[in-house]
Design a protein around this ligand. Structure first.
Ligand SMILES: *Cc1c(COP(=O)(O)O)cnc(C)c1O
Length: 425
C-alpha cells in the first residue's frame, strides 16, 4: 500500500479488508478482546505476542487510522492519542524525564508552549526556548550533555513561521539527538518532515486531518531513522531493560518499532490518553478527502491573501504562500505544493477597528478553532491573550490588531464579499 501516491493513500490507506469483510473501516466499540486460554492472554501482557486485549493499550480501529497517517508521513510506526496536546507530551516524555533538558522553538502553538515550559518543568525537565531564526552556531552552543531533543512546528500556529528544517536537523544530528516536528498545519499533503531528516512527527488531528471540527485527537509518527542504540547512554529508556515488562529492551526486541512500542506500552498504559474508536472513525473519514481539501484551503487562502493585500483598509497581511512574504522562499523549498489555509492580517485603526470588523462578519464566524472546512477568525488580543496590554502583546510577538483567519473551503467570492461588507460597514 505504501507504494501508492499520497492521494490514493488518503482514500485507501490504513484499513485493508479481505474476502467478505466490511468495505469501510469498522468501529471496534469494545474495550476488551477474548482469548481461549489464560496462557495466550499472558503472552500479550509480556509483549511476547501481538494482539488486542484492552482498548487503553490498543484498538483495531485506532491502529488502522494510525497506519494510514504513518503511510502518509512515510514513517515506520504510529499511534493515535486523545489530543494534539497528548501527542506532543508523549513524544517528548517518551525520551526525556526528570534531570533532562530540551530545546524548543519559541514559534509554537500556545498550548504546546505552556506544556513544554511550565508543565514539564514541574516534572523536572529543563527547557531552553530559542528564536526559530537562531544561528546554527548559537543553537549548537545551547546543547548540553543532557539535552534529549529539539521541538518545533513545520508551520507555526499562529505566527506562520516556516521551519528552517536543514538548520535544526543538522545541529540535532551532529549532537546525537532527534528532532520532533509538529506537522499539524501543512499536513503530509503539503509537507513531509521525514524527507528533510526529521525523526518524529506529531499532529493535532483535530485540525485539517479531521477537517470538520467534530473530533479532538492527536497522532505520533516515527520515521524509524534515529539510531537510539548509537546514542544508548542518552536514551536508556529505549536501550536498557524495562523492569515493568520483565526486562524487555525496546530497541533489541522491536528494532525500528522501539519508540512507538515504548510510548504505547508505558505511556499509554500509565497515562491513558487514548483516542476513542468513534473519533478515530470520524478522523478516517476526514483523511479520505484531506488531499482535496488542502488544495482548496491553499487556493482560497492565496486568493484571500491577495485580496486583503490590495485593500487599502488593511494594514498588513502574512501568508507564506504569498509572493513577497518573509517566508515565501522557504515555503517554496520545503512545501512547493502549498502551505496551509491560515493567514494573519491587521486592519488600519488597530485593536478597535479589528474588533468592529470581526463583529460585522456574517459568513465567517468568530470561533476558537482553526483549520476546518468552515472559515473562521480569532482576535488574540481580545480572546486568547485578552489580559495583556498592547505593549505586552508586542513583546509576545502578537500585534494588537492581528486577526487569525482560517480560510475554509467555501467559494472564495462569498468570503471576499463578506470581508468587503464588514470592512465598509
Ligand atoms: C491545536 C494545536 C495543538 C493542540 O492540539 P489539540 O488537539 O487541541 O490538543 C498542537 N499543535 C498545533 C500546531 C495546534 O494547532
Amino acid at each position: 500500500m505504501s507504494d501508492y501516491s499520497l492521494d490514493t493513500l488518503c482514500v485507501q490507506g490504513g484499513y485493508e479488508c479481505h474476502d467478505g469483510e466490511p468495505r469501510v473501516l469498522p468501529i471496534y466499540q469494545s474495550t476488551t478482546f477474548k482469548y481461549d486460554t489464560s496462557d495466550e492472554m499472558g503472552k500479550l501482557f509480556d509483549l511476547e505476542r501481538e494482539g488486542y486485549f484492552y482498548t487503553r493499550l490498543q484498538n483495531p480501529t485506532n491502529d488502522w487510522v494510525a497506519k494510514k497517517i504513518c503511510q502518509l508521513e512515510g514513517g515506520v510506526a504510529a499511534m493515535l492519542t486523545s489530543s494534539g496536546q497528548a501527542a506532543n507530551f508523549f513524544a517528548v516524555f517518551n525520551i526525556a524525564g526528570a534531570g533532562d533538558h530540551i530545546i524548543i522553538s519559541s514559534a509554537l502553538y500556545g498550548g504546546t508552549f505552556n506544556l513544554l515550559t511550565a508543565t514539564v518543568e514541574r516534572m523536572g525537565i529543563e527547557t531552553t526556548v530559542v528564536d526559530p531564526e537562531i544561528s546554527e552556531d548559537e543553537l549548537n552552543s545551547l546543547i548540553k550533555p543532557n539535552t534529549k531533543c529539539i521541538v518545533a512546528e513545520s508551520i507555526s500556529n499562529p505566527s506562520l513561521v516556516i521551519l528552517d528544517f536543514d538548520k535544526f536537523v543538522k545541529v540535532a544530528h551532529n549532537n546525537g539527538i532527534p528532532v520532533i516536528v509538529d506537522n499539524t498545519f501543512p499536513t503530509p499533503v503539503n509537507c513531509r518532515p521525514f524527507d528533510f531528516g526529521v525523526d518524529i512527527v506529531t499532529h493535532s488531528t483535530t485540525k485539517y486531518m479531521d477537517g470538520h471540527a467534530v473530533a479532538v485527537g492527536g497522532a505520533i509518527v516515527d520515521s524509524g531513522n534515529f539510531d537510539w542504540d548509537a546514542h544508548a547512554d542518552k536514551f536508556p529508556g529505549l536501550t536498557t531493560p524495562d523492569e515493568t515488562y520483565h526486562g524487555i529492551t525496546y530497541t533489541k526486541k522491536f528494532g525500528k518499532g522501539a519508540y512507538i512500542t515504548k510510548a504505547t506500552a508505558q505511556l499509554m498504559r500509565d497515562l491513558g490518553s487514548i483516542q476513542s474508536p468513534q473519533n478515530a472513525f470520524l478522523l478516517n473519514l476526514g483523511l479520505e478527502t484531506l488531499h482535496l481539501r488542502m488544495k482548496r484551503h491553499c487556493d482560497n487562502a492565496l486568493a484571500l491573501a491577495k485580496y486583503l493585500k490590495s485593500n487599502d483598509k488593511v494594514a498588513w497581511v502574512n501568508y507564506p504562500g504569498l509572493e513577497g512574504d518573509k517566508y515565501y522562499e522557504r515555503a517554496k523549498k520545503y512545501m512547493p505544493n502549498g502551505t496551509c489555509g491560515v493567514l494573519t492580517f491587521g486592519i488600519k485603526g488597530g485593536r478597535d477597528a479589528s474588533i468592529k470588523f470581526m463583529d460585522n462578519l456574517k459568513l465567517i464566524a468568530i470561533v476558537t478553532h482553526v483549520a476546518d472546512a468552515r472559515s473562521c477568525v480569532l482576535h488574540p488580543a481580545s480572546h486568547t491573550h485578552r489580559q495583556m496590554s498592547d505593549e505586552q502583546l508586542l513583546a509576545a510577538g502578537v500585534q494588537p490588531d492581528l486577526i487569525r483567519f482560517s480560510v475554509g473551503i467555501e467559494d472564495p467570492k462569498d468570503l471576499i464579499a463578506d470581508i468587503e461588507q464588514a470592512l465598509n460597514n
